[in-house]
Write a protein that binds this ligand. Structure first.
Ligand code: GLY
Length: 422
């Protein structure tokens, strides 16, 4: 099978790593990829948000299956173009991708099927949003309706912060993402993510994870794309997962199908869990990054069979074979991230690293320069490990991170602290 993966971060490196372990994979191309991916397979330069260009590339390279990593190509309708061209593709249609593209849309789907989520209101102008904040208890959550690259959610402890968020969003701080705003009640609890493959009819849960969104230890500091993750998420135990599937995931998928936009792809349900009950925080229409890295570390080569069955509409025949293992990833980021940071700094120590199924160094934002690896993004490397226990996975992942000589980078030392009891 010839496979094309779209994207170039740690998520896509982990997808490539898993796919390449499956003997069904004959040829793998990743577009655009990064230095770590280029060391193990072909990379191609391609505008991944141009559905016509991706379809043409896939057909001319005899690609059988396309896996879309990030949300932007899905929001741009790339999966629709690929299916129109007769290609198998993992990723929802542009219309179904609205689950991530519009917070309001997701809330409407939840309300239509009774899925538990926070009470909400939607605003198209600053004045009504400000009036709402003035009449609402804090904390409150202010969300830009559109895609804002992880910057569109403000948990406001007080009215002043909420009003500043409203003014910033309607003032254009997030571009068109903030022209509409959703304001939600704050939900207390512990947040975790459930990943589900959906083929339009069948929904198959394929793992749980927890990430650390804040930049600094103790979950403090600014929000990032994620500074580390681990799987499974203890708080999302089998009982909570079953309820989440029955009360949130399946009803929302049924509502989408009822509206004529069945969902086909990976569904990432961000859940707030309290007293054994999950409520929906958000849906994303892709694997999380860095959550994908720990899911792939645990699934290995079977991930390809599962994703293919999803794209082919054969999930009713698919089964996940779980080992009783744990995985943890530590994100190594450029100093300054998520604010301003430098690119181009040299990363040493990678050449000494020889991975195996328990120790994997995924590249997130790297490039090759003068035959060495340099940082090319904010999140740069993902030191990832598996173990029989979470503590063993953490010890191994930190040993990997500590073996890298990169003075211009930093990483949190407490990934997994909630579950490790630290
Ligand atoms: N790690 C959070 C996300 O991928 O959205």
């Amino acid at each position: 099978m010839n496979i094309l993966i779209l994207g170039g971060g740690g998520r896509e490196h982990s997808l490539a790593w898993a796919v390449m372990q499956n003997p069904r994979c004959d040829r793998l191309i990743v577009a655009p990829g990064n230095a770590g991916i280029a060391a193990v397979t072909e990379c191609a330069s391609l505008n991944t948000e141009d559905g016509g260009a991706v379809a043409e590339f896939a057909v001319s390279n005899s690609v059988d299956f396309v896996i879309v990593g990030p949300e932007a190509p899905l929001a741009a309708g790339v999966a629709d173009r690929l299916r129109d061209a007769g290609l198998l593709c993992l990723g929802p249609s542009r219309k179904a991708a609205r689950l991530e593209v519009s917070k309001r849309f997701t809330k409407e789907i939840c309300d239509a099927c009774g899925a538990p989520t926070a009470a909400w209101a939607h605003f198209s102008d600053a004045e009504s949003a400000r009036d709402h904040v003035a009449a609402t208890d804090t904390p409150v959550v202010v969300k830009a309706d559109g895609l804002a690259g992880g910057k569109g959610v403000i948990v406001a402890e007080d009215r002043e912060t909420a009003l500043a968020a409203v003014d910033g969003m309607f003032g254009g701080a997030l571009g068109t993402a903030g022209t509409e705003v959703v304001i939600e009640d704050f939900m207390a609890g512990e947040e975790a993510s459930l990943f589900v493959l959906c083929d339009g009819t069948t929904a198959l849960p394929i793992g749980t994870a927890q990430d650390h969104k804040r930049a600094h230890e103790g979950d403090s500091g600014p929000n990032t794309g994620g500074m580390g993750a681990y799987s499974p998420a203890p708080v999302l135990n089998p009982k909570v997962e079953r309820r989440a599937m029955d009360e949130i995931v399946r009803p929302c998928l049924a509502e989408l199908a009822r509206r004529g936009t069945p969902y086909q792809g990976v569904l990432y349900a961000g859940l707030m869990i309290s007293e054994g009950m999950a409520r929906l925080v958000e849906f994303n229409v892709r694997f999380g990054d860095p959550e994908c890295q720990v899911l792939m570390a645990r699934l290995g080569g079977q991930a390809l069979d599962l994703m293919y069955a999803c794209a082919a509409g054969e999930l009713d025949l698919a089964r996940v074979n779980w080992a009783k293992d744990h995985a943890l990833t530590v994100v190594m980021a450029a100093k300054g991230y998520p604010g301003e940071y430098m690119t181009g700094s040299r990363i040493r120590g990678l050449e000494k690293f020889h991975g195996d199924s328990n120790h994997i160094m995924f590249h997130a934002g790297t490039a090759l320069r003068d035959s060495g690896t340099v940082a090319a993004g904010g999140r740069v490397l993902n030191a990832t490990a598996r173990g029989d226990t979470l503590a063993e996975a953490a010890e191994r992942a930190y040993a990997l991170a500590d073996g890298i000589d990169w003075p211009e980078g930093y990483y949190r030392r407490d990934i997994g602290w909630r579950s490790l009891g630290g």
